[in-house]
Design a binder for this molecule. Structure first.
Ligand code: RRO
Length: 302
């Protein structure tokens, strides 16, 4: 293994960066571009049992320090996505993000995801603006436990669980996921937020409420990763505002084994993956550390 390689739930990642769900994850060819740009792993857009159109425009608002979105879970459905998976890269672990309304539905979509070539699953129980889906079910630790247990029993590949920060105690959710057999947790999905057009005196998003991502939420995500690390043994994938190598190091020292990058692709382009990875390598050299794994959770010593 090289200094920057990481192993998570038995999967080997050549570096500790991966594409976050939602960004460039709807087609095999864009996933290939992300792998070519140096990401250590890829996560698809969240896929459900049936196709969904998503909400009407506007679905994204660019703010000073991040993006506010309410896409509305647009996706072609898991079966249709098989064609995209055939064009998706095979040189990096392929994590398929799933959305469903019940433990039984998660288990069913999970079996279908295995059939189209997923190496691991990321269960989305954290979208902040979906009726009867996402955080509406994922803020209840008992429901998280049922979803993970049922899905775990139906497939053999690793299961990651993406958690919502829109609760009083995210570590409780991570603990529920771990108890039910999750192989890792991803923290965090977007933070529930809103923007108003002052001239028109109306919410900008057609859905009114959406999820905030990008640098604005990084301190929230770091706090969540830190709290989860104190509570569970399973690996944590840090997500929320990573746009530089030092952001990634911060997440890793808070307790993340790897980081996911999404919004920074919109602001920095795909070069962000190589920039972050090279920066981590230089940091390890400068600190004379032989493996990035030695940094995981280092900030908990104090
Ligand atoms: O598609 C979306 O609107 C969306 C999803 Br599924 C999610 O998990 N998080 C988010 O901010 N937007």
């Amino acid at each position: 293994m090289t200094a920057i390689a990481v192993e998570i739930a038995g999967l080997e990642f050549s570096n500790p960066t991966m594409l976050a769900a939602g960004m460039l994850g709807m087609s095999g060819l864009t996933l290939q571009r992300v792998a070519d740009a140096g990401a250590g792993g890829i996560v698809t857009k969240s896929l459900g049992l049936h196709p969904r159109m998503g909400y009407g425009n506007p679905t994204v608002v660019s703010l000073k320090n991040g993006l506010l979105n309410a896409m509305g879970l647009p996706n072609p459905g898991i079966d249709e996505f098989g064609d995209e998976m055939r064009q998706a890269p095979v040189t990096v672990p392929r994590i398929v993000s799933l959305i469903a309304a019940s433990p039984q539905e998660f288990a069913l979509v999970a079996r279908k995801a295995v059939m189209i070539g997923a190496d691991a699953l990321e269960l989305n129980v954290s979208c902040p603006h979906a009726d009867a889906l996402g955080a509406e079910i994922g803020r209840d630790p008992e429901m998280v436990q049922k979803i993970v247990r049922e899905t775990k029993a139906s497939v053999k590949i690793p299961i990651f669980v993406k958690l919502t920060p829109n609760v009083a105690d995210i570590a409780e959710l991570a603990h529920a996921a771990e108890k039910a057999g999750a192989d890792a947790v991803t923290a965090i999905n977007t933070v529930k937020a809103m923007a108003i057009n002052a001239e028109a005196a109306v919410p900008i998003l057609s859905n009114k409420v959406g999820g905030l991502s990008g640098p604005a939420i990084k301190p929230i995500a770091i706090r969540c990763v830190f709290e989860i690390f104190e509570t569970v043994e399973i690996p944590i994938l840090g997500c929320g505002g990573v746009e530089s190598w030092s952001d990634a190091i911060e997440f890793i020292q808070a307790g993340a084994s790897a980081v996911q990058i999404g919004t920074a692709i919109a602001t920095k382009g795909l070069d962000v993956f190589r920039d972050v990875v090279e920066g981590i390598e230089l940091f390890l050299e400068r600190k004379r550390i032989s493996s990035v794994n030695e940094l995981v959770g280092l900030s908990h010593r104090s």
